[in-house]
Ligand binder design. Structure first.
Ligand code: PRP
Ligand code: MN
Ligand code: MG
Length: 183
């Protein structure tokens, strides 16, 4: 990924740091859900990397499902109005659900999603996120597991995109403004 890395001004989380933190969180999940049947719900597309790495560090026999959502309304992604593009295949009645996300930015997507999944009769709905931007929060979201709190910079990599690119970068980096300056 050296060619991509030349477009970064900073690396916030290295591959090794992310792996180590996810191992700690997975150990907590192993303890917290030891006697439960856990369903991980990944939010497409950003969560694919953290889902792949976190789930393999968990030793319990968990299940996985996926949702794709899109924010819309007033032309901005921060409207808090969310549309389901791909719903779960799983009936959540009585299930213990852990939503797996790459990042909480404004918190609007997850605030909506948590309420939506709770309304389906889940026994519990908790949130795990690899990254969180405390300075960008517009709503309070209760998060059970956080990888790293990061500054309010434009970050890419580890599933996070800019215009659908850079998801495959193996670090979390700050994109050089020159890449999007004249877009
Ligand atoms: C990004 C990110 C989170 C969400 C966070 O997804 O992956 O899902 O935004 O933003 P919020 O806290 O302000 O609601 P995006 O909508 O870009 O879709 P993607 O995962 O397919 O990139
Ligand atoms: Mn996303
Ligand atoms: Mg995105």
């Amino acid at each position: 990924a050296e060619a991509i890395k030349s477009e970064l001004v900073d690396i916030l989380v290295t591959k090794e740091q992310m792996e180590a933190r996810l191992a700690e969180i997975a150990a907590e999940i192993d303890r917290d859900y030891a006697d439960k049947d856990l369903l991980l719900v990944g939010v497409l597309k950003g969560a694919i990397m953290v889902m792949a790495d976190l789930s393999r560090a968990i030793t319990l026999p968990i299940s996985m499902d996926w949702m794709a959502v899109s924010s819309y309304g007033a032309g901005t992604k921060s409207s808090g109005v969310v549309r389901i593009l791909k719903d779960l295949d799983t009936d959540l009645q009585g299930r213990h659900v852990l939503i797996v996300e790459d990042i909480i930015d404004t918190g609007l997507t997850l605030a909506w999603l948590k309420r939506n999944l709770e309304a389906r009769g889940a026994a519990s709905v908790k949130i795990m996120t690899a990254l969180r931007k405390p300075d960008a929060a517009k709503v309070e979201v209760e998060v059970a597991y956080v990888g790293f709190d990061i500054p309010n910079d434009f970050v890419i990599g580890y599933g996070l995109d800019y215009a659908e690119k850079y998801r495959n970068l193996d670090v979390v980096g700050v994109l050089s403004p020159s890449v999007y300056a004249d877009k």
